[in-house]
Design a binder for this molecule. Structure first.
Ligand SMILES: [Mg+2]
Length: 307
């Protein structure tokens, strides 16, 4: 319904919103900027998500955030009041580890990222480096001639969010990726985090840096790559045309919805706003149109009064 029209649900008669609510059985929602912002739930989101479940809609949290395991994300969701289970959490850290496991990967992984990734690798019995600070302690000459040591067992590089990104890490990743059979995964390509006063670089900034020096493109695990929802569709857990994708970022969340044939809802509590969508509609190219959501709400909690 309302295919790629960015219709504001608050402009519709109540009966039409209710009809729209009946047009999907499953909800896949982004987390940051939709249900929570850092450690606080966004007003009304807890009640709305729990209400979805009460009226028998399947709900999945789908996040490109690679810094937490599914278990840690579940713990956060429960602490904030969301009634979720671990199999309803879709995360890029878990999906990246599962990608390797599904391909019978038996070498070691070089991770640029955090423990969210290494703990998910541990859970699947996949060996990896230690994450954390790896700064250059002297100068480039000394680093290359004395300090740089490569691990010969590396068969894959995973790049996720890493607040300790450094020259040595980039050097090592690019050197491992010089071997053409070394698998190159990126958890996601989000450019920045939704913050009111600063620009916090997102994983996409780090992925671009590694891709540039490695002269290779990563396989992106997270949204908008349909890989992340593949098993839900393949195993018949969701029907694409009866599934609603909710997000605050159009080039990941809404594009994933378009790519998978889901219905889409943009909420204005995070990155993208109706003005952005208006510009894409005016641009009118096929690529720009894919970013346009079916419907829009200022925030998810605005739905509650119709449920
Ligand atoms: Mg978001």
């Amino acid at each position: 319904m309302y295919k790629q029209s960015c219709t504001n649900l608050l402009d519709l008669p109540e009966a039409d919103v209710k009809k729209w609510l009946d047009s999907f059985d499953s909800v896949i929602t982004d987390c940051d900027g939709v249900v929570w912002l850092f450690n606080n739930p966004i007003e009304g989101s807890v009640e709305t998500i729990n209400k979805f479940k009460e009226i028998n809609k399947k709900v999945f949290f789908c996040t490109n955030n690679s810094t937490k395991t599914r278990g840690e994300l579940l713990e956060k969701a429960i602490r904030l009041g969301f009634k979720m289970n671990e199999d309803e959490i879709i995360s890029t850290a878990h999906a990246a580890a599962a990608y390797l496991k599904n391909r019978n990967f038996n070498k070691k992984v070089f991770v640029i990222g955090s423990e969210g990734i290494t703990k998910e690798l541990d859970a699947l019995g996949i060996d990896h480096n230690e994450v954390g600070p790896d700064p250059i302690t002297s100068n480039l000459n000394q680093f290359v001639s004395e300090e740089l040591k490569l691990d010969t067992g590396i068969g894959a590089v995973i790049v996720g969010f890493d607040e300790h990104i450094s020259f040595p890490k980039l050097t090592k990743a690019a050197s491992y990726l010089n071997e053409t059979d070394c698998i190159f995964l990126a958890t996601n390509t989000d450019e920045r985090f939704p913050m009111p006063n600063y620009v916090i670089p997102g994983t996409g900034s780090i992925v671009k840096a590694v891709e540039t020096c490695a002269e290779r493109d990563a396989i992106v695990i997270g949204k908008p790559n349909p890989n992340i929802c593949e098993s839900l569709i393949r195993d018949g857990i969701i029907k694409p045309e009866r599934t609603l994708m909710i997000g605050d970022r159009c080039n990941t969340d809404i594009l994933l919805g378009t790519n998978c044939g889901f219905q889409t809802l943009l909420v204005g509590s995070g990155i993208h706003q109706p003005d952005h969508v208006k510009a894409w509609l005016e641009e009118g190219t096929e690529e720009a149109k894919k970013l346009v959501p079916d419907v829009y709400l200022p925030k998810l909690g605005d739905l509650l009064k119709f449920m």
